[in-house]
Design a protein. Structure first.
Length: 91
């Protein structure tokens, strides 16, 4: 049977990738809301801009909630597994 090669650095890298992805998604939503909000000075139809901004805010809050949930779970999980590999008995 082949030996299993356990690489804690790969798990650490995965945790960092997950963090980067989540932070990027939150930044995208912040930018989207900011850019859309900046249109308000040029927008002449308040009946459509208000609901649009509210919908974007709700979407942003939803995305942030999901990303925060992922951030609170997976990086910690992968780093914990990496630490377990590092601390395992070696023969």
């Amino acid at each position: 049977m082949d030996n299993l090669d356990l690489n804690p650095e790969a798990l650490e890298s995965t945790a960092s990738i997950v963090e980067g992805y989540c932070n990027k998604q939150k930044a995208i939503m912040d930018g989207y809301l900011g850019q859309t909000s900046s249109l308000s000075s040029d927008w002449t139809d308040d009946q459509t801009l208000g609901p649009l901004l509210e919908e974007i805010k709700q979407m942003k809050n939803s995305v942030e909630g999901i990303m925060n949930e992922i951030l609170s779970t997976y990086p910690k999980y992968f780093r914990g597994k990496a630490e377990q590999i590092r601390n395992r008995p070696k023969m």
